[in-house]
Design a protein around this ligand. Sequence first.
Ligand code: MG
Length: 269
Amino acid sequence: MPYLLDHFDAVKELLALHPFGLFTDVDGTISEIAPSPAEARVSPVCRGSLTALAKHLDLVAAVSGRSAAEAREMVGIDEMVYIGNHGYERWVGGNTELIPGVEDYIIGIKAVIDEFNKRISIEGVVIENKGPTASIHYRRCRDHEAALKAIMAAVEELAEDSNLKIGLGKLVVELRPLLGVSKGTAVVSLIEERSLRGAIYLGDDLTDVDVFVSFHREGLPFKGLAVGIVGEETAPQVVREADCTLNGVTDVERFLRQIVAEVIDRPAA
Ligand SMILES: [Mg+2]
């Protein structure tokens, strides 16, 4: 798998395409994974570069499993677009829009979480109800394997009854509506809406692989580069499906600075 910082020429070629968009995941990509989601902070270096890029590129978007409003709060740049809840919602210029049909799942997600809490209690589990999706984090559990097993045993039946699908991430179980929506469909929709000709996507986890795969479909009207952010907890699919890799948030900081250096001298698009 090519190491992106050794192949910056390919990035320069993409940056020459207009309109161009940069998409980045948040946790594990521009923010180090923290013991709990509330403790995570976006790298100030990344924020500085993204602020500059939001002025110079046609589109800069953050794509997160968090709610769109929370991703906006965390990154803190109003000029960006925020795709939240793994693609089920979008924050643009102060307004949050849900994908049609998603509202129907908000009650179901709450019911599953309430029932889950009634059935089991595992020390260290942190549950986030994000409206149309939910995350069950087991990072703080002493025995990760046992915690995952117990969570899955409880959640599998509940999810099926409520038409939810289960996704796995870095020490997290995700519950999402069965609507065929993913970070991949959300990113490609935004690319098509903005008629982008070039795009770069940065992501570190399994839900980002949906974007990587969607960039590799035949006959797309844009050229996309899928960048896997690799570290100790990286799932093999992330490396397998990415076009190239960077090592952790530190490399993302370096990469974004290089893009800033590349585009800052050219006239604003
Ligand atoms: Mg991530």
